[in-house]
Design a protein around this ligand. Structure first.
Ligand SMILES: NC(=O)c1ccc[n+]([C@@H]2O[C@H](COP(=O)([O-])OP(=O)(O)OC[C@H]3O[C@@H](n4cnc5c(N)ncnc54)[C@H](OP(=O)(O)O)[C@@H]3O)[C@@H](O)[C@H]2O)c1
Length: 283
């Protein structure tokens, strides 16, 4: 463990006495793995799931306590993570009514379910924080946005951040921005995968070895993001700097502009944001 991650784990250990996950799926696994790897004691984590094989898996591979009863795992928690699919969240939250300590934080990672819905389902002024992680969280390079519900305090946001930060970047936003976040960073990895698909297709057409092409493309995507982060450069300015007159990048950019690629991307992101809003109103 590095000095920075050991400080981080001390911070999460101090803020969080006991943490429980309801739902032992892919996201719960990414979160528990990252938290334990950051130094948080596995003995202070309990996980419940309807599937015995998932409980067994979490117990044997991650060393955490497991239980079949959702009400049992939240009994003495500092923070409970609701990590089930959005369509079962209402029944899970209703089942948990009155079981979560009043001083505990309830962290929901369910896509598109508002804090107001969760507060109504749980009843009793629960301290709900809603988060939207993305799939690179699985390799601890995620981007998560979170927002407080009506009864959440600063401490609840800090506890939620302590659980989420081992998976990558965490940003606070107002809840009204959660649909935008879903469209930008939630679906964001898929847009980048699409670009990678297109670059790979072109590389194959040009006759590049697929293994070489994959390594070049992945290093290019990672490198471009890192360049912007480390220099603080604006993306448009960085692009301008690599686009010399009558050069190769300019030739490519002319085709993209002539074919309306910018407008197509913007329309796609707006469609994702609208769909996120529709889903959020469907609960
Ligand atoms: N995966 C992502 O990239 C991602 C990104 C952002 C947000 N999220 C959110 O994260 C949440 C979890 O997603 P996931 O991909 O981890 O889902 P998942 O793999 O399906 O995990 C959910 C687990 O909860 C179990 N479960 C169902 N009903 C339950 C109940 N009543 N009590 C306890 N456990 C129950 C499920 O069992 P069954 O399979 O038998 O139903 C499953 O094992 C979702 O709300 C999703 O919107 C996911």
């Amino acid at each position: 463990m590095t000095r920075k991650s050991s400080q981080r784990s001390r911070a999460s250990s101090n803020l969080l006495e006991r943490v429980a996950w309801i739902g032992a799926g892919n996201m719960a696994e990414a979160m528990v793995r990252a938290l334990v790897a950051s130094g948080f004691p596995a003995e202070r984590i309990t996980v419940s799931d309807v599937r015995p094989e998932r409980r067994e898996y979490f117990h044997t591979t991650l060393g955490v306590a497991v239980a079949a009863s959702n009400r049992e795992v939240v009994r003495e928690v500092t923070l409970a993570v609701l990590a089930v699919k959005p369509q079962v969240l209402e029944s899970v939250a209703s089942e948990l009514r009155g079981a979560i300590p009043r001083t505990a934080t309830v962290l929901s990672i369910a896509a598109g379910v508002t804090t107001r819905c969760i507060e109504e389902w749980l009843q009793g002024r629960p301290r709900v924080v809603r988060a939207m992680p993305n799939t690179p969280a699985m390799v601890r390079s995620g981007a998560t946005a979170l927002c407080p519900g009506s009864y959440a305090r600063e401490l609840d946001l800090q506890r939620a951040e302590a659980v989420l930060r081992p998976m990558g970047l965490v940003e606070r936003v107002p809840e009204a921005m959660m649909d935008a976040v879903t469209a930008i960073s939630g679906s964001g990895p898929a847009y980048v995968f699409f670009l990678i698909e297109c670059l790979s297709e072109a590389a194959a057409q040009f006759g590049l070895d697929p293994g070489v092409a994959r390594r070049l493309i992945l290093a290019t995507v990672e490198g471009a993001a890192r360049l912007l982060r480390e220099t603080g450069l604006d993306a448009a300015e960085a692009r301008r700097r690599v686009t010399s007159e009558k050069g190769t990048t300019e030739a490519a950019m002319k085709v993209l502009e002539a074919r309306g690629v910018r407008e197509a991307w913007l329309a796609a992101f707006e469609a994702a944001r609208r769909r996120a809003a529709e889903l959020a109103h469907s609960w």
